[in-house]
Design a protein around this ligand. Sequence first.
Ligand SMILES: *Cc1c(COP(=O)(O)O)cnc(C)c1O
Length: 398
Amino acid sequence: MEEKLSLLGGQPVRKEMLPYGMQNLDENDINSVVATLKSNFITQGPRISEFERKIADYCGAKYAVAVATGTAALHCACFATGITLDKEIITSPITFAASGNCALFLGGKVRFADIKKDTYNIDPEKILMRISTNTKAIIPVDFAGHPCEIEQIMNIAKRHGLIVIEDACHALGAEYKNRKVGSIADMTVFSFHPVKHITTGEGGMILTNNNEFYEKMKLFRTHGITKDRKYMENNDGDWYYEMHELGYNYRITDIQCALGISQLEKLNNFITRRREIAKRYNEAFKNTEEITIPYEQQWVKSVYHLYVILLNLDRLKVNRRQVFDALRAENIGVHVHYIPLHLQPYYKKKFGYKKGDFPVAEDYYDRTLTLPIFPKMDDKDIDDVIKAVKKVICYYKK
Ligand SMILES: *Cc1c(COP(=O)(O)O)cnc(C)c1O
C-alpha cells in the first residue's frame, strides 16, 4: 500500500484511518444473536416486545413500537400524526434528510426553522414564524446528542394544537431537566444504526405515552393489517384479518432485537465513555481561539453522539475544506454533519429553497467539523485526534 503523506509534510499522525463513529460489539452481543437464531422465532417472536419494553422503561415512556429503521420510525410517527397531502411539518435544516423526508412520504410539506447559534438546535422563536394553518407537527432534532429546547417547543405546540415528534436518533440516554429524552415529546424517535448509541444493525423505535398514536403506528408497521377484534368489522374465523390502512412492512426482526437487548445493557457505559472523550477534547481545545467547542446548557445532559467543533475562519488562512482535507491526510476520519437540508437539490427544486434562507444554519455549515467519537476509542486514539487537530490548526492559523 502506498504510504500516505501528511498534507503539511512528513508522516501523518496516524498510520490507519480512525473513523468518526462505529459500533461496539462484544461476545455477549454475538451469543444473544446466536441464541435467537437457534430459537423458534427469528422474527415476530418474543424478543421484539422485550426490546420495546426495555427501551420504554429505560426512557420512562408508556408505549414503544420497534421498526426496521429510524427512517421508518419517523414515517410511522408522521402517519400517526395524520400528515396527509399538503399538511406541513417544521424541522431543523441541520439534520439528516429523513427528519424532513418522513413528511414527504405522506404527501406533506417541509418548512424549516433556523438553528440557534449556541446549541445548533432548532430555535423555538423561529418555529413560531413558520406555523401556518396547515402545520401539523414540529420535528425538532436533538443534534449531536444535545437535547433540543423541548419544553418551549411543547408549549408552542400546545398553544397551536400541534404534535411534537422529537427526532432523538442522536440522543438515546440524554436528559433534559433530569428527564430522559423519550418521556417528554408526544412521540420520540430513535435509530439503532451502527453509528448511533446502540445498534441492531438497522433499526428504529418510537416511544409515546399516547395510546391512539401507539395503535396507529402498530398498524402502519404491518401493512395496516389488524387481527384485533375490537377494530375488525367482521370475524370469519381464526385465519381472518382486516386491512384498515395503507401500511408498510416496517417490521424489525427478533435477531436484531436480541442484539438490541444485549447492547442496551452497555448503554450507560457507552455514554460514560463518550462523555469522557468529549471532556478530553473540551480540555484540549478550550483555549484554542481558532476553534469553538460544543456548548452544553446547564439543564441538559448531552450524550455526544457527535463531537462538533466550529472553525473560527477569521483566524485561519484557509477554509473548512482545507482543514478537513488536512485532517483526513493525518488519518483522522473527520466528517461534516450536516449539509443544510434546504440546500439539497431535491428540496431546492420542490420547495424553492435557496442559499440565504437560513443564515445561521448556512454559517454553521461553512465552519463545522465532526471529530471522531465512539466508545471503543482508546486513549491513544483520543491523543491522536488532539495532536492532529492542533498540528493542522497551528499550521493554518493566521
Ligand atoms: C440516523 C438518523 C436518522 C435515520 O435513522 P436510520 O436508522 O438510518 O433510518 C434520522 N434522523 C437523524 C437525526 C439521524 O441521525
